[in-house]
Design a protein around this ligand. Structure first.
Ligand code: AMP
Length: 315
């Protein structure tokens, strides 16, 4: 049986299917959850299909997540999307489901699914959802296509990352046939408040550079509060410092009320191992991790600097 047949067989077997995503969901996570929910509802109108968790404000236009009671998990199938480690799944009730399917494109941290389909090389999880739906001969509609396309554009940095292949464009092209309005989606995704623009100015005037080529910006909670923006909007400015020649690794390190989160990016060395050393993970060129407190920043910066230094030496 192919992986598509295995997943389809499990979906057919269960009357209740609950789709989970990760903490602080992004466009790909929400696009995968809501796109799969829509497609499954379309193809299996008699099944109860839910997507749980929370919305990311910048993709609110895709719809809403469902709020369900614990007992809905009795005899349910959980499909967990876009998450490499079980600890990062937003609603830990996925463990209450009878069986779990993992569909993901991150470097695996742990194996939490009864069936696991992991393709690290895929640029977005929505591309995997699209591939599953087409290979399983399931129908799609405009709403599902909008969700899947949004995941595709957001996780590929608008089709710019090196994980993008001809398959990605074929996927986008096929989705457009359902009537996806790409200009409208781009409009939703590109809009920025005046406060966010001012915060970008803060990032541009306060980032630091290390000797060997690591650029970073430290954002305390006081700064987030001062600019009156959400933590999510502040964290999303990581790529403001992505284009500096000679600085192939960069990070935005932000203090949330309960944790210090590092958003780490690269167009040079792989950064996932560095993220692993700080309770994190992700992709080779885009990872995330955590600092125990601000005093750990100096060590982290030193290690990031060393990583770039070794990378440049090997060139
Ligand atoms: P982010 O900077 O949050 O966009 O994360 C970049 C990539 O790393 C995403 O694909 C995340 O899913 C992943 N990631 C972020 N934080 C963590 C973490 N603490 N543990 C594992 N993966 C993470």
């Amino acid at each position: 049986m192919t992986i598509y047949e295995q997943i389809l067989a499990k979906i057919k077997q269960y009357d209740t299917i609950i789709i989970h995503g990760h903490v602080r969901p992004d466009g790909d996570c929400i696009g995968s959850q809501l796109g799969l929910r829509e497609a499954l509802r379309l193809n299996f109108p008699n099944k109860k299909v839910y997507a749980v968790g929370e919305m990311a404000s910048y993709v609110k236009f895709l719809g809403e997540v469902d709020v369900i009671e614990d007992n809905v998990y009795d005899n349910a199938l959980a499909i967990c999307v876009d998450c490499g480690n079980s600890e990062r799944l937003l609603d830990q009730r996925f463990k209450l489901a009878k069986e779990i399917i993992k569909i993901d494109h991150h470097i695996p941290v742990d194996n939490y699914g009864d069936i696991e389909w992991v393709c690290e090389e895929k640029p977005s999880c929505t591309q995997m959802i699209y591939e599953f739906l087409t290979n399983a001969n399931l129908k799609l509609n405009k709403d599902a296509a909008i969700c899947l396309y949004t995941g595709l554009v957001t996780d590929t940095g608008r089709f710019r990352f090196d994980s993008v292949t001809s398959e990605t464009f074929i996927c986008a092209a096929e989705l457009l046939k359902y009537g996806v309005d790409i200009a409208k989606i781009d409009g939703y995704l590109s809009i920025e408040s005046l406060d966010v623009i001012k915060f970008k100015g803060y990032v541009l005037s306060h980032f630091k550079l290390t000797k060997s080529g690591f650029a970073y910006i430290k954002v305390t909670k006081e700064i987030v509060e001062k600019y009156g923006i959400s933590y999510e909007d502040a964290a999303n400015q990581v790529n403001v410092i992505s284009t500096i020649p000679g600085y192939p690794v960069w990070a935005l390190i932000i203090e949330y009320p309960a944790e210090i989160r590092v958003r780490l990016r690269s167009r040079g060395p792989d950064v996932d191992k560095l993220a692993n050393a700080y309770k994190g993970g992700g992709h080779a060129k885009a990872s995330g991790c955590k600092l125990a407190d601000w005093s750990e920043l100096t060590k982290f910066v030193k290690e990031a600097n060393k990583l770039v230094k070794e990378y440049k030496k090997a060139l």
